[in-house]
Ligand binder design. Structure first.
Ligand code: ATP
Length: 369
């Protein structure tokens, strides 16, 4: 990879994905142009549109094409609405597994006046992504959920030492770049073996990070403290299902699902930007989808790649996007109704774009390009 160049896949997903992903690409492109970063965008079909046009929600060749990229943006997938036909699969677990994206990094941050329950929240939940209770990704064949009789269902949770260690290391690295505090969230009082192993491996990983303060919390108690005192947390690491639930709870603290971005990372060089929310079919096409989560996820991807490969223009582009986002969120006319605005999706995107362009002019004036 040349130092000023990134190749990124664009997979719109379903429903509001067709609105928020193009918005994220538009703004990343504007910030990249202003920062001297070249992004080669590679759109690829996925989801319902891909099923209709190519007979599969994850067409042949997609994984191979993605493996050659620096990263990609995955829009929300509305798999629950897919027809019951061959080829209509949920691509999420396949993508996360294929590229070993075992850590789902989900920040929660307050912005002024948008309906946050507190104005000083700044935490990151790192959710294990490929094991746990999720029956579509915790086994290599079949399903981690089965029904031996008509009246009995068994759901299996998978916890491995390696999976636990890997996600703990990812969370510790993030903690080291922030306030150096990690909270392990679990329920080892009941899941003595599963959560017990997860906690053991987190502490083992922490031995290599003596500069990070580590504590732990039982998941139910944590869920309560997260509402009452979210300021006490910096980085939180937890298993898949607990993380799924807690990140939605955390989003509720700062304005709802439209404010919940995410980046899926592994040990490799490829990462996937993926907002926490679903495809929101109820608001698709209304112009009311909040694009923040998808734009911020894309910004996180560019920032992560900039840090990982030491590409200064990528870090600059990410910073410019952050400035644009803050400006749009600060004005009620340029934010969507879910975060106490009177604007629409397009107003928010246009406002971020304007600030990015203005930021580029300012940088030019100060010779900072
Ligand atoms: P999934 O299980 O796939 O994550 P879900 O069942 O949680 O999906 P979502 O599609 O995330 O459902 O939608 C939940 C609610 O949040 C809906 O009312 C939806 O309109 C709202 N919502 C989700 N994303 C956004 C967004 N970006 N902007 C505004 N509202 C949103």
């Amino acid at each position: 990879m040349s130092t000023h160049h990134l190749t990124l896949g664009v997979l719109n997903g379903d429903d509001i994905g067709h609105e928020i992903v193009p918005a994220a690409v538009e703004l990343a492109q504007a910030a990249a142009e202003s920062s001297g970063l070249l992004i080669d965008w590679r759109p690829m079909p996925i989801g319902r549109k891909a099923l209709d046009e190519h007979g599969s929600t994850l067409p042949d060749g997609t994984l191979d094409a993605l493996s050659k990229l620096d990263g990609f943006i995955l829009g929300p997938i509305g798999h629950r609405e897919y027809p019951d036909v061959e080829g209509a699969i949920n691509p999420h677990p396949i993508l996360r597994k294929t590229f070993d994206l075992f850590a789902n990094v989900r920040p929660t941050r307050s912005y002024p006046d948008i309906g946050c329950l507190y104005d000083d929240i700044d935490l990151v939940i790192v959710r294990e992504n490929n094991e746990g209770f999720q029956p579509d990704r915790n086994v290599v064949a079949g399903s981690g959920e089965f029904r031996p009789t008509h009246d009995t269902t068994i759901s299996v949770r998978v916890i491995t030492r390696e999976g636990s260690r890997k996600v703990a290391e990812a969370a510790l690295k993030i903690a080291r770049s922030r306030r150096r505090k990690l909270t392990i969230v679990h329920k080892n009082t009941v899941f003595k073996l599963g959560c017990g192993m997860f906690v053991e491996e987190c502490y083992r990983a922490a031995e290599a990070f003596p500069d990070v303060e580590v504590d732990e919390a039982i998941v139910d108690t944590f869920a309560m403290h997260l509402i009452r005192h979210p300021q006490q947390y910096d980085v939180v690491v937890t298993t898949n299902m607990f993380g799924d639930i807690l990140t939605d709870e955390a989003a509720g603290l700062v304005g709802g699902l439209g404010m919940a971005p995410g980046l899926c990372i592994g040990r490799g060089n490829l990462a996937m930007a993926q907002a926490t929310h679903g495809s929101a079919p109820d608001i698709a096409g209304t112009g009311l989808a909040n694009p923040y989560a998808m734009i911020e996820s894309t910004r996180m991807l560019i920032e992560w790649l900039g840090q990982r490969h030491d590409i200064a223009p990528a870090r600059d582009a990410a910073e410019l996007m952050a400035t644009g986002i803050r400006a749009a969120l600060a004005d009620p006319t340029t934010r969507t109704p879910d975060i106490l605005g009177t604007g629409r999706h397009a107003d928010m995107v246009a406002a971020i774009h304007r600030t990015i362009d203005r930021g580029a002019i300012d940088r030019g004036a100060t010779g900072m390009t």
